[in-house]
Design a binder for this molecule. Structure first.
Ligand SMILES: [Zn+2]
Length: 212
C-alpha cells in the first residue's frame, strides 16, 4: 500500500481538509481506490460519507479511461486510529459493483452519508442529492428542471444546478445523469471533466445524448 501523502496530490488534500473538517461523529479517514476513470478518494467519518470524488488532477486533457482497471484499495490515510469506517468500506464495495456492472448497484444499498454534509450545505441541496441518488436509476438521465420537479419544487432549476456543482458524493449521487433539457450533456465538474461524464453514461448503456 502506498503512502497516502504520495498518492493524494496537495490540491486534493487541501480541498478535503477544508471540506467538512469538523464532524461531531468523530475523526475522518480517507481511502483511495483505483478505478477505470482514475483514482477515487473517499472521505468518511465513522457514521457516514463526507466526500467521494476523482483525484483532482483528472481533466479532459489527461483522461485515459481503462476499463480493465479493477477497483482496489490502494491507500488510506490512517490504517488504525481506533475507529472503524464502515461507510467507507460499503462505499468501496458499491464502487466495485458499479464498475463491473452498473445495473447491479440497484440491488446494492447506498452507504450512509454523514449528516454534517447537509448542515454545511443546506437542506435543499441535501434533498436534491438524495432525490437524485434514490430516484434516478442507472441507465437513465434527467434534466435540471425535471429533477427540480421531482424534489417538489418545479421552479428550482437554478438551485438544482448549484446542488450539482457542489455535489460532494460523486457517482453515488449521480450528477452525471443530469443533462440539459435539449438532451446535450452540459458541464461536468465545471466543464473540466465532460469526457468523464460521457464515459460514465456510456458505461451505463446510454449513448443517445447530444455531444457538446
Ligand atoms: Zn461525519
Amino acid at each position: 500500500m502506498e503512502k497516502y501523502n504520495k498518492l493524494v496530490s496537495n490540491k486534493t488534500r487541501d480541498r478535503l481538509k477544508s471540506k467538512f473538517k469538523v464532524c461531531r461523529n468523530g475523526p475522518t479517514n480517507s481511502y483511495t481506490v483505483s478505478s477505470p476513470i482514475g483514482n477515487i478518494v473517499i472521505t468518511s467519518c465513522p457514521k457516514g460519507l463526507h466526500t467521494v470524488g476523482q483525484a483532482d488532477d483528472v481533466t479532459d486533457e489527461n483522461f485515459h479511461p481503462e476499463s480493465n482497471i479493477t477497483v482496489k484499495l490502494i491507500g488510506q490515510q490512517w490504517s488504525d486510529n481506533g475507529y472503524t469506517y464502515k461507510p467507507a468500506l460499503l462505499c468501496i464495495d458499491w464502487i466495485k459493483v458499479y464498475f463491473i456492472n452498473p445495473k447491479e448497484t440497484l440491488k446494492t444499498s447506498l452507504p450512509p452519508f454523514c449528516s454534517c454534509i447537509s448542515s454545511v450545505s443546506g437542506s435543499y441541496r441535501e434533498k436534491v442529492w438524495k432525490t437524485l441518488a434514490e430516484q434516478v436509476p442507472v441507465g437513465s438521465t434527467i434534466s435540471y428542471g425535471e429533477l427540480a420537479k421531482l424534489t417538489g419544487n418545479p421552479h428550482a432549476s437554478q438551485a438544482v444546478g448549484s446542488a450539482m456543482r457542489n455535489n460532494p458524493i460523486q457517482l453515488l449521487v449521480p450528477c452525471h445523469r443530469v443533462v440539459r433539457s435539449n438532451g446535450s450533456l452540459g458541464l461536468y465538474s465545471n466543464g473540466t471533466r465532460n469526457k468523464v461524464k460521457e464515459w460514465l453514461l456510456m458505461h451505463e448503456g446510454i449513448s443517445d445524448f447530444k455531444k457538446m
